[in-house]
Structure formats: structure tokens, C-alpha cells
Design a protein around this ligand. Structure first.
Ligand SMILES: [Zn+2]
Length: 69
């Protein structure tokens, strides 16, 4: 059983929260989705498939942090 860290920031994400890759600074915007991986616009970060990776540097989703506005 692999439980996430209780303090995992992703647990507090809203559906429209944008996340930034902390490795390459790619910004995932739920309003835009990710057309390189067939993610339709309107897909929240938590709705991304398990195999989704940063389209720029191939980082796993846990490398992403909520972007500050
Ligand atoms: Zn990246």
C-alpha cells in the first residue's frame, strides 16, 4: 500500500489550479490541457492519467508544484 504524504500539496488542489514543473518550469494549465499527450482542455491536474509526464522534461507528476499567481 503506497499512501501519499499527508502534507502532499496535491491534496489541496482545485480543479483549475495550474501547476509548474519544478525541473523545467513547464506550466500545466487545466484550461488548456496537454495536446501532446491527448489531454483535453478542462482536465484538472488530479485528473491526469497515471502515465502522464511533463511534456518538456519527462518528470513525474509529483515533480509539479502549484503555481503562484
Ligand atoms: Zn518538466
Amino acid at each position: 500500500m503506497s499512501s501519499a504524504h499527508p502534507e502532499d500539496a496535491r491534496a489541496r488542489l482545485a480543479d483549475d489550479t495550474r501547476l509548474e514543473c519544478r525541473i523545467c518550469w513547464y506550466l500545466y494549465d487545466p484550461a488548456e490541457g496537454d495536446d501532446t499527450q491527448q489531454i483535453p482542455p478542462g482536465t484538472p491536474f488530479l485528473g491526469l492519467p497515471d502515465h502522464w509526464r511533463c511534456p518538456q522534461c519527462d518528470a513525474e507528476p509529483n515533480a509539479f508544484l502549484p503555481a503562484e499567481d
